[in-house]
Design a protein around this ligand. Structure first.
Ligand code: ATP
Length: 234
């Protein structure tokens, strides 16, 4: 089954007089259960593509289908609903709510989804433990390091049990041990629960785990190949 399908996606940004290419006729299909890394130089369009695939932004033209549903034509509310029930996001601006504790931040999405309180609390503890934050559940984002905040964002994304996780530079602020722990968790979710992962990254440690490597340049896909994952010993 196809998790995500993109057809001829184009996106241009206007900066004053200048037109900047975000995506230039990008087409690709990502199978359910894939573990994909998206790499390329800064400004090559990785985040723009993730935003389009996750319905955070709409392309100027082209089609995006997620889990069999066309999302490029949906209005804002419909896209928000689609995201809530299908996609876990791990983005660079972690978007943690500053006045909520780590535990409450993780519970937040599940609350919107209507998961019962006891189940929310149990799952939030479990995933915070999985990302190595046991004992820090009560801390506010401002009382956590950048890497710890990033792990709260990861916990929040996976606690809601999405079938698809889109991650923008998930290891950017993590030391080698935490990066390996995070990738181990992603691999486990991928292999045991069939969760599809698409991760933009500059990090060769992340690329080593991927089974499909996509490279972008100037808003286009310039390479797309399969590889045997070769996790690094960190
Ligand atoms: N909101 C915006 N307004 C203007 N230009 C934008 C906007 N968002 C992205 N761009 C431009 O579109 C191009 C693609 O940006 P994008 O963020 O997708 O690149 P990236 O590959 O994710 O880069 P990085 O690795 O630095 O995160 C860049 O030239 C960027 O400057």
């Amino acid at each position: 089954m196809t998790a995500i399908s993109c057809r001829e996606l184009c996106k241009t940004f206007r900066q004053g007089e200048e037109l900047i290419t975000g995506l230039d006729r990008v087409s690709l299909d990502i199978d359910s259960g894939s573990f994909v890394s998206l790499s390329g130089p800064s400004g090559s369009g990785k985040t723009t593509l993730l935003n389009a695939m996750g319905g955070l932004d709409t392309p100027d033209s082209g089609q995006v289908t997620v889990g069999g549903t066309r999302i490029d034509g949906l209005d804002r509310g419909e896209r928000a609903d689609m995201r809530l029930h299908n996609i876990g996001f791990v983005f660079q601006a972690y978007n943690l709510v500053p006045v909520l504790s780590a535990q409450e931040n993780v519970e937040f999405v599940m609350q919107v989804q209507g998961v019962a309180a006891a189940e929310r609390q149990r799952r939030a503890r479990e995933v915070l433990d999985d990302v190595g934050l046991a004992g820090m559940e009560g801390r506010l984002p401002g009382e956590l390091s950048g890497g710890q905040q990033q792990r709260v964002a990861v916990a929040r994304a996976i606690a809601a049990r999405p079938k698809l996780v889109l991650a923008d530079e998930p290891t950017a602020n993590l030391d080698s041990h935490s990066a390996a722990q995070l990738m181990g968790l992603f691999v486990e979710l991928n292999e045991q629960r069939g969760v599809t992962f698409v991760m933009s990254t500059h990090d060769t440690r992340v690329m080593a785990y991927a089974r499909r490597l996509i490279s972008m340049r100037d808003g286009r896909i310039v390479e797309d190949r399969a590889q045997e994952p070769r996790p690094m010993n960190l």
